[in-house]
Design a protein around this ligand. Structure first.
Ligand SMILES: NC(=O)c1ccc[n+]([C@@H]2O[C@H](COP(=O)([O-])OP(=O)(O)OC[C@H]3O[C@@H](n4cnc5c(N)ncnc54)[C@H](OP(=O)(O)O)[C@@H]3O)[C@@H](O)[C@H]2O)c1
Length: 291
């Protein structure tokens, strides 16, 4: 199997595959990131084309559509040679429209295509506990599903492309509005002079406690903005959801407010901070200083 894109997510995902005994050929634009994979027994290719030559199924865990197009040689004569007779598995997060167009191009060139975005960040990726959402032709999806097991503890079949990316955006809509709501509640308690630690205890004792609140509320209390999911990436996801909602004429008022707040947090210089840095945007609004 091939694996292209060894970033924050791709590296631990590929390592889990290699450690589970999958024969892997990997490539990354920055070669140094291949070294842990080499140590884990993977072959390191000199180019994406070499990966496509040596593997029938190739996973892409790349930043965005431009990175994917570049790795596939899309729009160049190399594209056909890279994808014909191969199954391309797109595991990153792009717009649903981009993925639909890519599927059409891959299939026209004689390749198979599976959309397999994941829910979960670096830590679940390291633990092999990502949740995958799968879309594509049934036979291709069923062939890919068992290959993902070392990376994903659950995999849901969502239907044709781009159902999996739409499912991923739906889940992210809940995550973004939930964390923004938690942050606003914390700010409300804080500015009323309540005991902030007790706010966490009350929250934790009740039915709204969740894995997310237990991860994010202590960060708000400690004003710990060390990154788990960067505000800049959340803004990018927010944009993908808002675009998909607008394209389909769907109302998304909560998401739209969050979108504005994350835009403000990034404009205030907190793009590299964790998503709870949306607190800065709320504090600026309270101070009458929204950017
Ligand atoms: N981080 C998360 O919590 C998370 C969770 C779920 C889904 N995702 C999605 O998964 C994807 C990867 O995320 P990540 O956090 O692993 O991102 P990342 O750490 O920024 O890694 C991005 C990867 O894309 C490569 N890349 C970027 N531009 C390229 C280009 N023009 N040509 C070739 N390669 C290029 C990078 O190579 P270099 O090493 O050379 O820079 C790197 O391998 C994204 O779509 C993201 O939205 C992320």
């Amino acid at each position: 199997m091939g694996f292209i894109g060894l970033g924050v997510m791709g590296q631990p995902m590929a390592l889990n595959l290699a450690r589970a005994g999958t024969h892997l050929v990997v490539w990354n634009r920055t070669p140094a990131r291949c070294e842990p994979l080499r140590e884990a027994g993977a072959e390191v290719a000199g180019s994406p084309a070499e990966v496509f030559k040596r593997a029938r199924t190739v996973i892409l865990m790349l930043a965005d559509g431009a990175a994917i197009d570049s790795a596939l040689g899309r729009g160049t004569p190399d594209f056909g040679a890279n994808v014909a007779g191969r199954t391309i598995v797109h595991m990153g997060t792009t717009s649903p429209g981009y993925s639909r167009g890519l599927e059409a191009d891959v299939r026209t060139a004689g390749g198979g295509y599976v959309e397999a975005p994941v829910s979960g960040s670096r830590k679940p990726a390291e633990a092999g506990r990502l949740v995958a959402m799968l879309a594509g032709e049934r036979a291709a999806v069923e062939a890919v599903r068992p290959l993902l097991r070392p990376m994903c503890h659950e995999a849901f079949t969502c239907g044709p492309v781009p159902s999996a990316l739409l499912m991923k955006l739906s889940v992210n809509l809940f995550l973004i509005t939930m964390v923004t709501g938690l942050t606003e509640a914390f700010h409300f308690a804080d500015r009323h002079g309540l005991d902030r630690a007790q706010f966490l205890e009350v929250l934790d004792a009740g039915p709204m406690a969740s894995g997310v609140s237990r991860m994010k509320a202590p960060k708000l209390l400690a004003r710990d903005f060390a990154v788990q999911a960067a505000a800049r990436d959340v803004l990018m996801n927010n944009q993908l959801i808002a675009d998909a909602a607008r394209a389909s004429g769907i109302a998304s008022p909560l998401l739209d407010v969050c979108h504005a707040l994350f835009g403000e947090a990034v404009a205030l210089g907190h793009g590299q901070a964790d998503m709870v840095a949306v607190l800065h945007a709320l504090e600026a609004r309270t101070a009458g200083q929204a950017p």
